[in-house]
Design a binder for this molecule. Structure first.
Ligand code: FES
Length: 67
Protein backbone atom coordinates (compact mmCIF):
# COMPACT_ATOMS: atom_id res chain seq x y z
CA UNK A 1 0.00 0.00 0.00
CA UNK A 2 1.35 3.41 -0.97
CA UNK A 3 1.84 5.90 1.82
CA UNK A 4 3.35 8.61 -0.39
CA UNK A 5 1.78 8.62 -3.82
CA UNK A 6 3.95 11.51 -5.02
CA UNK A 7 7.16 9.55 -4.47
CA UNK A 8 5.63 6.08 -4.89
CA UNK A 9 6.71 4.99 -1.42
CA UNK A 10 5.04 2.07 0.29
CA UNK A 11 4.53 1.31 3.96
CA UNK A 12 7.05 -1.53 3.62
CA UNK A 13 9.72 0.84 2.30
CA UNK A 14 9.15 3.14 5.28
CA UNK A 15 9.31 0.17 7.65
CA UNK A 16 12.59 -0.90 6.07
CA UNK A 17 14.04 2.61 6.41
CA UNK A 18 13.04 2.73 10.07
CA UNK A 19 14.62 -0.68 10.61
CA UNK A 20 17.81 0.70 9.08
CA UNK A 21 17.75 3.59 11.57
CA UNK A 22 15.53 6.40 10.27
CA UNK A 23 13.87 8.10 13.24
CA UNK A 24 12.56 11.40 11.88
CA UNK A 25 10.51 12.62 8.94
CA UNK A 26 13.59 14.49 7.70
CA UNK A 27 15.60 11.27 7.71
CA UNK A 28 12.86 9.46 5.81
CA UNK A 29 12.61 12.39 3.42
CA UNK A 30 16.32 12.33 2.66
CA UNK A 31 16.38 8.55 2.25
CA UNK A 32 13.12 7.99 0.37
CA UNK A 33 12.02 11.43 -0.82
CA UNK A 34 8.79 10.80 1.09
CA UNK A 35 6.64 13.83 2.03
CA UNK A 36 8.52 16.04 -0.39
CA UNK A 37 5.66 16.78 -2.75
CA UNK A 38 2.08 17.70 -1.86
CA UNK A 39 2.52 16.85 1.83
CA UNK A 40 -0.68 14.81 2.04
CA UNK A 41 1.25 11.83 3.43
CA UNK A 42 2.99 13.73 6.21
CA UNK A 43 0.45 12.71 8.87
CA UNK A 44 0.69 9.04 7.86
CA UNK A 45 4.49 9.13 7.81
CA UNK A 46 4.56 10.77 11.24
CA UNK A 47 2.09 8.20 12.55
CA UNK A 48 4.24 5.34 11.28
CA UNK A 49 7.32 6.79 12.96
CA UNK A 50 5.36 7.19 16.19
CA UNK A 51 4.12 3.61 15.93
CA UNK A 52 7.67 2.32 15.48
CA UNK A 53 9.07 4.40 18.35
CA UNK A 54 6.28 3.16 20.65
CA UNK A 55 7.05 -0.43 19.73
CA UNK A 56 10.77 0.12 20.14
CA UNK A 57 10.29 1.71 23.56
CA UNK A 58 7.95 -1.07 24.66
CA UNK A 59 10.37 -3.74 23.47
CA UNK A 60 13.24 -1.97 25.26
CA UNK A 61 11.18 -1.78 28.46
CA UNK A 62 10.27 -5.46 28.18
CA UNK A 63 13.91 -6.40 27.60
CA UNK A 64 15.07 -4.27 30.55
CA UNK A 65 12.42 -5.78 32.82
CA UNK A 66 13.62 -9.29 32.06
CA UNK A 67 17.22 -8.50 33.09
S1 FES B 1 1.68 11.96 -1.08
FE1 FES B 1 3.60 12.23 -0.15
S2 FES B 1 4.25 14.18 -0.79
FE2 FES B 1 2.37 13.87 -1.85
Amino acid sequence: MFVCVCAGITQQQINNAVTRGARTVDQLRSQLNVASGCGMCLEDVTEQLSHHSTHTAAEFTDAAASC
